[in-house]
Design a protein around this ligand. Structure first.
Ligand code: KG4
Ligand code: ZN
Length: 360
């Protein structure tokens, strides 16, 4: 039997960092089978993800989800050539479930074990394609990478897909978290992004003048807590001055919030591109990329800057096992894998190694 090469290697990817239990089998960036079991219904009544409930649900669902992904791929477990897992960052109890399952499977199958950073994996989600679809060309590098999710809002310089370098990130709430909190204030369900988007489509984005935090000239960090507070005051009135408060249309609140939240991303993207004029493409990932206004803004910014825009399809923008498997496969192709001692970690190892020069 011939040895598998990077072009034929079947990589199983496992994801359990938050509230999605997911597994997928990929060959390179081709997804041959994938399953996602979402826990949204378990956390809805709490308005946010409850870590202990998430861990227990991952434990119950992990093996059925892996089996389903293997079945969808039309292979047997023994055909798998490597097992990758998102081992950081995330909820530690949730990560432990996926990491332990991945280690046990790799050990049992006698194949390499690879831990990947969940946030970095979002950056390759725009390269994934379904088994029948033709493989897209590799993205031109260097790229700017943007992750817009419920837990992260980060911007990267990507010279190598396996080693993105952080340029900036949120100093408080993530953009998706801001959508979720605004949804809770407006009495919409959890996760709140889709509900806010739907309501925003009926409102006037210029009805309220909401703040976009600017953390310094040329800086590409984000802050969403001030915006969130401004939305709260718009809905409830400023504490101590409730008497002056005038009722606002919830649709106008949603539309104005969405405009400001997206405006912060646009401004930082422009700054990052200006600071790195050799940027050839934009790699994007994270659940918030499902938002139509976000996608339109990113596409138009890329067109204006003359760079390629790699948006993931809606299937792969949210947490999934395929992006984990694809990034694991890239590391494997570079001859890298991890020891079974690799520990899950709640935080990412991202470091500021490129200072962002001030942009004009
Ligand atoms: O990437 P993801 O599935 O999980 C994390 O790693 O966080 O992202 C989930 C986030 C949630 O905050 C959710 O509200 C947001 O993505 N989201 C959206 C939309 N769909 C999901 N935000 C804005 N508009 C949407 N259509
Ligand atoms: Zn994620």
């Amino acid at each position: 039997m011939s040895r598998p090469t990077p072009e034929t290697r079947l990589v199983l990817g496992i994801e359990s960092s938050c509230d999605e239990t997911a597994a997928a089998v990929v060959i390179g960036t081709r997804v041959v089978g994938a399953t996602v079991a979402t826990q949204h219904e378990l956390h809805e009544e709490y308005g946010g993800v409850v870590p202990e409930i998430a861990s227990r649900a991952h434990l119950e669902r992990m093996l059925p989800v892996v089996r389903a992904a293997i079945a969808a791929a039309g292979i047997r477990l023994h055909d798998v050539d490597a097992v990758a897992v998102g081992h950081r960052p995330g909820l530690i109890g949730a990560l432990l479930v996926g990491t332990s399952a991945a280690k046990a499977l790799a050990l049992g199958l006698g194949v390499p074990f690879i831990g990947v950073d969940h946030v970095h994996a979002h950056l390759v989600s725009g390269l994934l394609h379904d088994r029948e679809a033709p493989a897209p060309s590799n993205p031109e590098l260097p790229a700017i990478g943007l992750v817009l999710s419920g837990g992260h809002t980060s911007i990267y310089r990507v010279e190598e897909l396996t080693r993105p370098v952080l340029l900036g990130r949120t100093i408080d709430d993530a953009i998706g978290e801001a959508f979720d909190k605004v949804a809770a204030m407006l009495g919409l369900g959890h996760p709140g992004g889709p509900g806010v988007e739907r309501l925003a489509s009926k409102g006037n984005p210029d009805a309220l003048d909401l703040p976009i935090a600017n953390l310094g000239r040329g800086r590409v960090d984000f802050s969403y807590s001030g915006l969130k507070t401004a939305v709260r005051y718009a809905i409830q009135g400023v504490p101590g001055r409730e008497g002056d408060h005038r009722a606002v249309d919830p649709a106008d609140v949603a539309a104005s919030f969405q405009k400001a939240a997206i405006g912060a991303v646009r401004r930082n993207l422009r700054r990052a591109i200006a600071a790195h004029p050799d940027t050839a493409s934009l790699l994007v990932g994270g659940g918030v990329v499902a938002n139509r206004s976000v996608r339109e803004m990113l596409e138009s910014e890329c067109a204006e800057a003359g760079i390629e825009c790699r948006l993931p399809s809606l299937d792969w923008s949210q947490d999934n096992g395929a992006m984990i498997a694809a990034l694991g496969g890239l590391r494997l192709a570079q001859g890298e894998s991890d020891e079974l001692e690799l520990a899950p970690a709640a935080t990412t190892r991202d470091d500021r190694t490129i200072p962002t020069p001030p942009a004009s």
